[in-house]
Write a protein that binds this ligand. Structure first.
Ligand SMILES: C[S@@+](CC[C@H](N)C(=O)[O-])C[C@H]1O[C@@H](n2cnc3c(N)ncnc32)[C@H](O)[C@@H]1O
Length: 214
């Protein structure tokens, strides 16, 4: 059976049903649940090249935190080109294996580095030009610590796009995550309108404490 067929089988599943299956905040999404939302419909709802065009350019070094099956990892690998690099981090080895299989089939594996991290660590030093945390902060056991690690891994002036599923993470919880991001040293730069998501662009200021020392 081809890998593609697995995605096609779930293409008609209602998004609300997928959110209900995705588990409660604080739980790590199992790899088989990720197949339910990372299907061809996702490409239409969240086209990576469209959503990430303001942030990702050719030649960049970018980070995908909690990459899952790699919907955005592969999209960013296309955007950064041969001169760029995507570092994809996930706590689950199985997610990384499946993401890499998709990347190999798409001819993008040479642009991707896969790193398994511990739940409270990021596991990669950077520096990165851009970072994405898509639908994963609510699964972290310590999101404030993780946000601090992401900020430190960004170059001064680098940005993090944080997205959380709106059917799964309520507005108060997302605001609490943004407060954590501020305490971790980010400045809130914008709130892009992304379908079915709560989203924020977070800037590592060019002149923050560590930036001045660098
Ligand atoms: C709901 S999936 C989202 C996957 C992907 N970002 C996307 O939008 O399709 C959440 C992913 O975050 C990963 N994850 C959860 N906690 C994590 C942590 N503390 N550090 C790194 N990855 C984590 C899970 O293993 C899972 O692959």
């Amino acid at each position: 059976m081809s890998e593609r067929k697995g995605y096609d089988e779930t293409a008609g599943v209602e998004p609300d049903a997928l959110e209900a299956l995705a588990g409660k905040p604080g739980h790590v999404c199992p790899w088989w649940v990720a197949y339910l939302f990372d299907n061809p419909l996702r490409g239409r709802v969240h086209p990576p090249q469209e959503l990430l065009a303001p942030y990702v350019r050719e030649g960049m070094r970018v980070l995908d935190v909690g990459c899952g099956l790699g919907h955005f990892t592969l999209g960013m690998a296309r955007m950064v080109g041969d001169a760029g690099r995507v570092t994809a981090v996930d706590v689950q080895a199985r997610m990384l294996q499946l993401m890499l299989r998709r990347a190999r089939r798409a001819g993008l594996a040479a642009r991707i580095e896969a790193v398994q991290c511990a739940p409270r660590e990021l596991g990669v030093p950077g520096p990165f030009d851009f970072a994405l945390a898509s639908n994963m902060l609510h699964e972290s056991p310590d999101p404030e610590r993780l946000l601090g690690l992401i900020r430190a891994a960004l170059r001064p002036g680098g940005r993090l796009l944080a997205m959380e599923p709106s059917g799964h993470v309520d507005a108060a919880r997302f605001e609490a995550e943004l407060d954590m991001a501020r305490r971790a040293g980010f400045a809130l730069e914008g709130r892009p309108d992304i379908r079915r998501e709560r989203s924020a662009v977070l800037l590592r200021p060019a002149e923050d404490a560590e930036g001045k020392q660098a």
